[in-house]
Design a protein. Structure first.
Length: 294
């Protein structure tokens, strides 16, 4: 990790520890194009001064003026720089449609170091043997919190009615954010969250599972927001034995966790959240979880 990236992460983590970041909107921030389609799809830019980038963010919302509750959906990541910077923006079509149908505005921020957002990669976990999953997760959490702060300042969004959803590294960052208990966030939904999966390209081979568990214990000690964890039987990044242990240790440390292991999905369960037409698989679980928050 570069010295500049370490310094930026230090600023971000200090901001999260102090209860959030102040966003200074740039002239180009906000909506970049007209709304389109039934889901009112729109590209936004969210300024992230500490990282010196504008996060490209897809925003969707129901009909009407709102204000709506907000779902912030967070993508995965990779240590491979070429794959990370060349990746297209994810739309999470099934999740996005589901939340809009249930009355939520949706924001999907593209974090620093990814795609056309560019800028420094703040989430680097380091070498496998010394992987710092806690720091990586908190850096992801800081980016998510910037997006929440900006979107909840919009007139069509409720300020204290936010659900944070994440897939893979995005789910890991969502759990890290939950450990800070931001007041605007009502719950976290973690799809296949974690770091270090498929180390060296091998299935069911986590880089440093002991460090992953240790970071979760640390997150669980302070986390008090309801969290829903969804994994599958054929997730080759975080297989059932590991995902169960992760949830158990998080809960034993004091975290609020509801863990669901779903049947195998296609040839790779890790991609459930980003795949099309999957709402029949996880929709009832989300519906029941969110109903208990009311």
């Amino acid at each position: 990790m570069s010295r500049i990236a370490r310094c930026v992460i230090g600023v971000l983590l200090a901001a999260v520890a102090c209860g959030g970041m102040v966003n200074h909107a740039a002239a180009a921030a906000g909506a970049q194009e007209p709304e389109s389609g039934a889901l009112r799809r729109q590209l936004w830019l969210i300024p992230f001064p500490a990282a010196n980038v504008d996060m490209r963010t897809l925003v969707f919302r129901p009909r009407g003026a709102g204000p709506f509750p907000l779902a912030v959906i967070n993508h995965g990541s990779t240590q491979d720089a070429d794959s990370r910077t060349g990746a297209p923006m994810q739309e999470f079509q099934a999740l996005t449609s589901w939340f809009v149908r249930h009355g939520y505005a949706v924001a999907i921020p593209e974090r620093p170091g990814h795609g056309r957002t560019g800028g420094p990669y703040l989430e680097d976990q380091g070498d496998c043997e010394q992987a710092d999953y806690r720091r990586s997760g908190l850096a992801t959490a800081a980016s998510i919190e910037v997006a929440i702060a900006y979107m909840t300042a919009q007139p069509f969004v409720r300020r204290r009615d936010v659900i944070v959803v994440g897939q893979s590294a995005g789910g890991w960052g969502a759990l890290a954010l939950a450990s800070r208990n931001p007041p605007s966030v009502k719950a976290v939904i973690n799809f296949a969250g974690g770091r270090g999966g498929r180390s060296y390209g091998r299935s069911n081979n986590n880089c440093a599972p002991d460090r992953l568990i240790a970071a979760l214990r640390d997150f669980g000690r302070t986390e008090r927001i309801p969290t829903l964890w969804i994994y599958t039987e054929n997730d080759s990044y975080f297989p059932p034995d590991l995902s169960r242990s992760m949830a158990e240790e998080f809960g034993l440390a004091g975290g609020s966790v509801e863990y669901h292991l779903l049947p195998a999905f296609g040839s790779e369960g890790h991609v459930l959240a980003e795949s099309r037409d999957t709402a029949p698989i996880w929709g009832a679980t989300l519906e029941a979880f969110l109903a208990r928050l009311r």
